[in-house]
Design a protein around this ligand. Structure first.
Ligand code: KG4
Ligand code: ZN
Length: 337
């Protein structure tokens, strides 16, 4: 039996959680920095780092109290080592490693995207290995063949903007604030997707790579040619979202066919998009494959995914070998096959 404290600070959310090998997720807390960054229209890295410093100790105290645990009950501290904002990663890494040292337990540097992948394992019926994973976040868009925990083959990825990044940049073009993805998705519910015909990038070519930067340009041109009324903007948002969702679905379907897989896992912040979830659910039903999503709250950044990924690393005895603090702003998860 083991209990892992998980700490996430890679970007604009401070997440802390406790995961127990026998009882699963004991509790988790999240502090969102939306209010801090909203006046600037995007994440200000220095403010993100400073805010993580303020939040970490109270959040750790809260999860320990809620789970009725003492430091002596914790077997390891997992933290996001990368990829992400370097200052924010430094805060989490230094905090986690120092706390682990003072408690006399190991620390475990976790890959943020492995955390996103493992968020699907928090569900009541987790996917069995092997499976195909669509990782869609603010910084990544990848299709990965997950053979087992820690064994990842990169099947395809974006050649330019990540899906979440495209949502965020397009939201800005439409005059929406930060965080752009959820705001654009909300506006899209009021729009008519069929009014504007957006391209489905790279769907006419073989392979499993993505490209989303053209959709952003297409949005700008469409917007400039319109009257830019509220209806125009809602229709453009809906058409943009449909183009991204269709493209992701098309490539998922192609990957599933190419590898003869029957299980698809969606991970990362864009996985919270309701249109993507609905359409993929429908596709899975017609194509006869199983689809797994994390709960909505575990799609975007959180401490629970770092705690569970840390637990899996702990089970494989993969704890930090030394005390030096080495966050990695860039860090590939999977290698191309
Ligand atoms: O995984 P995540 O929380 O952080 C990263 O690791 O990047 O993903 C954040 C990204 C942002 O780009 C955000 O706009 C996008 O996920 N996102 C959404 C939605 N919720 C978050 N995009 C579209 N629809 C949503 N509902
Ligand atoms: Zn993330």
């Amino acid at each position: 039996m083991a209990c892992v404290l998980g700490i996430e600070t890679s970007c604009d959310e401070t997440g802390v959680a406790l995961y127990d090998s026998e009882h699963g997720l004991l509790c988790h807390r999240l502090h969102s920095q939306v209010a801090t960054h909203a006046p600037y229209g995007g994440v200000v890295p220095e403010l993100a780092s400073r805010d993580h410093i303020h939040r970490l100790i109270p959040l750790v105290d809260e999860v320990l109290a809620e789970a009725q645990k003492q430091p002596a009950d914790i077997d390891a501290i997992a933290y996001t080592r990368g990829p992400g904002l370097i200052g924010a990663l430094f805060v989490g890494s230094a905090f986690a490693k120092s706390l682990a040292m003072s408690w006399g337990i190991p620390s475990i540097g976790v890959h943020h995207m492995e955390g996103h992948l493992m968020a699907s394992m928090l569900a009541p019926s987790p996917p069995e290995y092997p499976f195909i994973a669509l990782l869609v976040s603010g910084g990544h868009t990848q299709l990965i063949h997950v053979l087992s925990f820690g064994q990842y083959q990169l099947l395809g990825e974006t050649l330019d903007d990540a899906a979440g990044e495209a949502f965020d940049k397009t939201a800005k073009l439409l005059g929406l604030g930060y965080p752009g993805g959820p705001l654009l998705a909300q506006l899209a519910t009021q729009g008519q997707a069929s009014r504007f015909k957006f391209p489905r990038p790279l769907c006419d070519r073989p392979g499993l790579d993505f490209s989303f930067s053209g959709l952003k340009t297409f949005t700008r041109q469409t917007l400039e040619r319109s009257q830019q009324t509220a209806k125009d903007k809602a229709d453009i948002a809906a058409a943009f979202q449909e183009a991204v969702v269709d493209t992701l679905m098309f490539k998922c379907q192609r990957a599933m066919k190419q590898l003869g897989q029957t299980r698809l896992v969606i991970a990362g912040g864009v996985g919270a998009n309701l249109s993507l979830r609905d359409k993929l659910k429908h596709l899975a039903a017609t194509e006869g494959f199983h689809i797994h999503y994390p709960k909505l709250e575990f799609c975007t950044d959180n401490g629970a995914m770092i705690a569970i990924a840390g637990m899996m690393r702990l089970m494989q005895h993969q704890t930090d070998a030394h005390l030096s603090i080495e966050p990695q702003a860039r860090w590939p998860l999977a290698c191309p096959i």
